[in-house]
Each structure stands twice: as structure tokens, then as C-alpha cells.
Design a protein around this ligand. Structure first.
Ligand code: FMN
Length: 443
């Protein structure tokens, strides 16, 4: 008789579970640490731990078919001559050409433009296809300087200075040799086919005072036209946001530890940074104390998957959100139609996080000419636009139910938490109580 492990009295260890055992065995077999993409996979307090208090007697809901609920947002209004005016607050996060194929970058631009939002370059520079298809393109200025080109700075609609990412705050990027094709190498002025690690800090400033000078230089060379964003990975968010504002940022981007990456050490992804949920109230507090909440806009990213997440981030005080992983899935990544091929590369649809190894059967995170030819940027762009529309409508549905005529009218008072951890991090009461654990003990 075949007995199950439980029937045989075998008990899995919570400390040494099978994933941990496999990780030790892998390290012992290979002698190298594990590198992967995607964000933290461990269970963390997240937006799912929050719920909205829809209207009933004490609040009045809006009627979906007759009453407006606006979704537009202006980003970069503090100093820039031309701030970005977006129709939806769901923007596309920076993902590098190199990590992604040229077709995927083009599709991100197409999808974003169709619904009136922005997309962002990445470590690796601006491709003409991406610029051509993106109505609003944010140009990343990164520690690596890969693909950095002053002419492209001027072609951008906004500039994002990247200090860090939620998946690897304090760490640099990685791009394995198999993805350094001739074109990627040319844009980054790197040798073809050789693994590259990018820097973890900018070479031309050491702190916020230097950064203020750099921001002014960037404004000067772009005629004070473009909003300047500063992106930080979530760690000491309260202080980082204050320093970013001090340095002159028009927009602060805070990326929580659930945020995706193209590649970094697994140990980094799972053990460095703080959850997105914990970062937002810290960022908002910093902006409020400086008297610039809403004047310096806050974009939040890291694990945003649907309209409920968008509405929750905004209720906590974000002006907009950015998505990476969800956008790639919308383009067609992890499609079960490629199930067999995922299996051949030792993965499965829904688990594919080897963005770095360049064998993506969906043709999105690859530079392989045959694989990338499978991806149609027009179809991908339409799929992304559909996803962005649905996400925006979902957020609107929630806002109306809370009686709000604009997504930005959502507020912490609309939320409760269903776990003590989430209540403490998000600084909203535990459902059914008025208890905010730790209130009064915050920064
Ligand atoms: C494939 C991939 C490539 C990325 N490349 C960059 C990059 O070049 N620069 C950067 O600042 N962030 C990069 N990121 C991080 C995103 O900008 C963003 O912070 C993150 O994806 C947000 O979390 P989410 O994926 O859960 O939406 C990348 C993410 C992914 C998934």
C-alpha cells in the first residue's frame, strides 16, 4: 500500500523545509549563490491585508453609471515647465533593454500610450522603438550609467534618478553574458557576451548635497522642462524621502521589497528591504512634515497587481503607482501556452523568474533572435492596455463605493487591516476596532 508522507508520520521541518534543503544542496553542488529575478516570494504583510470600508449609512456611495470618478494625475508640478499629465495613475516602471527584448520595451510604450500613462527606460538606455511608441517616457539615470546618453536625456519627458530598487536596496544590477547581444553591448558600451554587474552607487555624488547639485545640472541641460524623479528602494524610507525632497526631487518613487528585478542574489531579494505596505506611511509622513505632500508627488511600487492594490496605495497617500512584474505578465510572460517549454528550462508557467538567463519562451525577457521574434509588440501592447484599463476601472469601482469622485480622494480613513502587522505598518485600525498598533510610537 502506498502511504502518504503524513500517513507514514513524516513531518516536514518548518525551519529546514524542502525549499531550504534544496537551496543548501544547490549551493553545495555548485559553489555559487543563486541569482534570480522577480521580487520577494516569502509571505509578507501586503495590500491583501487591508480592506476598504465601503459606504452605507454613514457615507454616501457614488453611482457607477452616472457619477464621475476621475483618475488623472499630474507628476512633477513642483519645478518642471512641462509636468506629466497622465490619464491613469498606473504607470510602467523602469525595466531595462537588455533584461527585456526590444519588442517588449516597444510593447510597454504602446500599451502605456494607449491608456494615457507613462513608461520608463531602464539600465541599458533608450531604444528608438521605445521612444517612438511612448507618449510619456521617463528616462532613468542610473548608477551604472549603462546606455546613458545626454541626447536621450533631452528626448525624455521626465528623468528618474535611480538610487535603488526595492528588490536590492544597496545592491547593483546584473546582466548575464547570454543577454549581452551586439545591440545591448553597443548601447551600454560593453563587450559582447560577458557577464556585467552594475554599480550599487552613483559615481558622481556621495550624499544629498551633491545630489542637489546633480539635479540642478540635469535641470540646466534640459532647460528646466522635465520633472526630476528620485527612486529609492524601501529601507529607511522616512529619512530617504526627506533627503530626496531636500535634494530637489519633483517626484519620489518608493519601491518596496516585493518589487521585481531582472536579476539579483536570492538572499538579497528575500532579506533586504521593507515591505511596500510599511514604506508608504513613512514616505507620506516625511512629505507631510515637509509640507510638500501632493506638491512633490509620491509614486509607489512593489507587488502591485490589480485595481484594489492601486486604490489601497493611493488611500495611504500615494499619487500614483508603478508596475513591473504585472506588466510583463500582461504582455504574455508566464503564459501556460508555453508550459512545455518552461518545463524544458527547469521551470513552469507561473514560476518563471529566470529573467536573467535569456531563455524566455514568451520572447519577452530574452535577446535571443528566435525567441524574441515570437513576441508581437502590437498584440503585447494591446494586452497591456487592456490590463491597465481593467486595473484603473477596478480602482474607480472601489473609490466610488467609498463615495470618492477622484482616486486621490481616497484616504487612510477608508481602510482597515485584517492583521495586527498590517495595521501597525499601514497605520490603519485593525478591522472592528479603533486600535492602530504602535500609534504614537511611529517615527
Ligand atoms: C525585468 C525587470 C527589469 C527591471 N529593470 C530595472 C531597471 O533597469 N531599473 C530600475 O530602476 N528598476 C528595474 N526594475 C524594477 C522595476 O522598476 C520596479 O521597481 C519593480 O518591478 C516594481 O515591482 P513589481 O515588479 O512588483 O511591480 C526591473 C524589474 C523587472 C521585473
Amino acid at each position: 500500500m502506498n502511504l502518504s508522507n503524513e500517513q507514514r508520520g513524516l513531518r516536514e521541518s518548518a525551519t529546514f523545509d524542502r525549499t531550504t534543503i534544496a537551496a543548501i544542496q544547490r549551493a553545495a553542488d555548485t559553489g555559487v549563490y543563486d541569482i534570480r529575478g522577480w521580487g520577494a516570494k516569502r509571505k509578507l504583510p501586503h495590500f491583501d491585508d487591508l480592506l476598504f470600508l465601503g459606504a452605507s449609512m454613514s457615507r454616501y456611495p457614488l453611482e457607477g453609471y452616472r457619477e464621475r470618478c476621475d483618475t488623472d494625475v499630474v507628476l512633477g508640478s513642483r519645478n518642471a515647465k512641462y509636468p506629466l499629465h497622465l490619464d491613469t495613475p498606473v504607470t510602467i516602471a523602469g525595466m531595462s533593454f537588455g533584461a527585456l527584448s526590444a519588442g517588449a520595451k516597444e510593447a510597454l510604450g504602446r500599451g502605456a500610450s494607449e491608456v494615457g500613462t507613462s513608461t520608463t527606460t531602464g539600465d541599458g538606455g533608450m531604444t528608438p522603438e521605445e521612444r517612438g511608441q511612448s507618449k510619456n517616457l521617463v528616462y532613468q539615470y542610473l548608477p551604472s550609467r549603462y546606455g546613458m546618453n545626454p541626447d536621450d536625456l533631452r528626448k525624455a519627458d521626465a528623468i528618474e534618478i535611480v538610487l535603488g530598487q526595492g528588490a536590492k536596496p544597496g545592491g547593483g544590477g546584473m546582466l548575464l553574458g547570454q543577454k549581452i547581444s551586439e545591440r545591448v553591448a553597443h548601447m551600454r558600451t560593453l563587450p559582447e557576451g560577458i557577464d556585467q554587474r552594475s554599480a550599487c552607487r552613483h559615481p558622481d555624488w556621495t550624499g544629498p548635497d551633491d545630489l542637489a547639485i546633480k539635479i540642478n545640472e540635469l535641470r540646466e541641460i534640459t532647460d528646466w522642462e522635465k520633472p526630476i524623479y528620485v527612486k529609492v528602494g524601501a529601507t529607511r524610507t522616512y529619512y530617504d524621502v526627506k533627503l530626496a525632497v531636500h535634494s530637489g526631487a519633483d517626484v519620489v518613487v518608493v519601491d518596496g521589497m516585493q518589487g521585481g528585478t531582472a536579476a539579483t542574489q536570492e538572499v538579497f531579494i528575500e532579506h533586504v528591504g521593507i515591505p511596500t505596505l510599511a514604506a508608504i506611511p513613512q514616505a507620506v509622513q516625511a512629505l507631510q512634515e515637509l509640507g510638500v505632500h501632493r506638491e512633490v508627488q509620491l509614486i509607489v511600487s512593489g507587488g502591485i497587481r490589480n485595481g484594489a492594490d492601486v486604490a489601497k496605495a493611493m488611500a495611504l497617500g500615494a499619487d500614483a503607482v508603478a508596475i513591473g512584474t504585472a506588466a510583463l505578465i500582461a504582455l504574455g510572460d508566464n503564459d501556460p501556452r508555453y508550459a512545455e517549454e518552461y518545463e524544458k528550462i527547469g521551470s513552469a508557467a507561473g514560476f518563471y523568474d529566470d529573467f536573467q538567463d535569456g531563455r524566455d519562451p514568451a520572447g519577452i525577457s530574452t535577446q535571443d533572435p528566435e525567441l524574441s521574434a515570437r513576441f508581437d509588440p502590437i498584440v503585447g501592447g494591446k494586452r497591456l492596455a487592456n490590463f491597465l484599463r481593467v486595473t484603473t476601472m477596478e480602482a474607480q469601482t472601489i473609490a466610488r463605493a467609498c463615495g470618492k469622485a477622484h482616486l486621490q480622494h481616497l484616504e487612510p480613513e477608508d481602510l482597515v487591516a485584517i492583521s495586527i502587522e498590517a495595521a501597525a505598518m499601514a497605520r490603519v485600525p485593525l478591522a472592528g476596532t479603533s486600535w492602530i498598533p504602535g500609534a504614537g510610537a511611529v517615527l
